[in-house]
Design a protein around this ligand. Structure first.
Ligand code: HEM
Length: 416
């Protein structure tokens, strides 16, 4: 069966996902999708695939292309975000043979052994950020903790001067706000992303020139040395992927720290389990990633007919594989709307993707999140929500808090 006109739930897609209620809690809508229309074309012209097995299979299927440039509408998408058509696309938008060539040049910096060597830098960043919190009163977890830790780690990896770190936060807020399909965005969001792309590209271009003249042993200097020795990446590829890594290297980790803390504060009994037994933290990070995934979608283009159950998606169609929905699928996770920091099999979640494009920085993100939450819980037993969390609206592709007001008294608080 090929569905060309969307059934009820998908016909309401645009109105639903641009509303504040969806930003607040997308999971009832995603459950309805899984139950009523697990593969469906929406009124935004995009197909949605929402069940765990289908999302997992889609992520691993090389016939689903990452090259969104195949879609005419996406030429416009890149152009309106300031991405110059003469430049190569970043790693996540490439297929073979470019994809494995560039991925292997980039990813060895993020294998567990290399990331374990960053542990002292991660611990130092966490200690500094948590140590700077006031003894009592209110903080914004997003601005005061969740951003500073991953930005310090990726900023140091690239050898960026500390004074420039706030630039990363500004760019990543602009990119994050514009990661949805065009139909969901305002002109202002697109303009801000285009401006951020230009600024980040210029900044990185200058960095590249400096490192070519004077290598410092940072990640960019190592990439340049490899470029001279093996020519695996062109300089343009190096620039584009440098900017890409700078942003993805912190943006979603910020969201995992924020979403994770919020989920724990809303489930005080789970928070207490972590306080009593910090050894649960590693598995808990997988459960937090499953429970409220920062990256909710992975976008692909069909290169031929793609079957999902009894639905056939024609060739040349944009498809969003709904990772966040898959992670709440009762067919894969019993009682999926319950947070359980000790859930068996939580690491089967698809929050870091799967297959050839699986997240390069998953191990680093886990480590940073675990270190930050552990230090925060230890240093501030009196943590409590101090107001309503704020989210970017609309937001279909990413789940990111823009603010999370917390009380951080050193003494435990009586009313949580
Ligand atoms: C909690 C934090 C993070 C989450 C939830 C996350 C999630 C994801 C997901 C779902 C994908 C796959 C997208 C797809 O298949 O289309 C992905 C790809 C990617 N991630 Fe992450 N990520 C996180 C942190 C990081 C960090 C810290 C880095 C780098 C240091 C990073 C680098 C990348 C790269 C380079 C890709 C593209 C891989 C490819 O296309 O081959 N990510 N990430």
């Amino acid at each position: 069966m090929t569905t060309s006109s969307p059934p009820g739930i998908a016909a309401d897609f645009l109105a639903t996902v641009t509303g504040a209620a969806y930003a607040d809690d997308p999971y009832p809508f995603l459950r309805r999708l899984r139950d009523e229309a697990p593969a469906v074309r929406t009124n935004a012209g995009i197909w949605l695939v929402s069940r765990y097995d289908d999302v997992r299979a889609g992520l691993r299927d090389p016939r689903l292309s990452c090259d969104l440039g195949r879609l005419t509408a996406y030429d416009e998408y890149f152009r309106t975000r300031g991405i110059d058509a003469r430049f190569p696309l970043p790693l996540n938008a490439l297929d073979a043979p470019d994809h494995p060539r560039i991925r292997s040049a980039m990813s060895h910096e993020f294998v567990p052994q290399a990331v374990d060597a960053m542990r002292p830098a991660i611990d130092a960043a966490v200690a500094e950020v948590v140590g700077a919190l006031p003894d009592r009163g209110e903080i914004d977890l997003v601005a005061d903790v969740a951003y500073p830790v991953p930005i310090a780690v990726i900023g140091r990896l690239f050898g960026l001067p500390r004074a420039d770190w706030p630039l990363l936060e500004r760019w990543s807020r602009a990119f994050g706000a514009a990661s949805d399909p065009d139909a969901l965005l305002s002109d202002a969001q697109r303009d801000a992303a285009a401006e951020a792309t230009r600024e980040a590209g210029d900044y990185f271009g200058r960095l590249l020139t400096r490192r070519r003249r004077e290598p410092t042993g940072d990640l960019m200097s190592r990439w340049l040395a490899a470029h001279r020795a093996e020519r695996t990446m062109t300089l343009a590829e190096l620039l584009v992927n440098g900017v890409f890594l700078l942003i993805v290297g912190h943006h979603n980790t910020v969201s995992l720290i924020g979403n994770g803390m919020l989920a724990l504060l809303r489930h005080p009994e789970q928070l207490d389990r972590l306080r009593v037994d910090p050894a649960l933290m590693t598995g808990a990070v997988d459960e937090l990633l499953r429970y409220d995934s920062p990256v909710q979608t992975a976008t692909r283009v069909t290169t031929g007919e793609h079957r999902v159950g009894d639905v056939t998606i024609p060739a040349g169609q944009p498809v969003m594989l709904l990772v966040g929905s898959a992670n709440r699928d009762e067919r894969a996770f019993p009682d999926p709307d319950r947070l359980d920091v000790d859930r068996p099999g939580a690491n089967r979640n698809l929050g870091f993707g799967r297959g050839a494009h699986a997240c390069v920085g998953g191990y680093l993100a886990r480590l940073e999140t675990a270190a930050t939450l552990t230090a925060l819980l230890r240093a501030r037993p009196g943590l409590a929500l101090a107001g309503a969390p704020r989210r970017a609206v609309p937001s279909f592709s990413l789940r990111a808090l823009t603010a999370l007001p917390l009380r951080v008294d050193r003494a435990p608080h009586s009313s949580r």
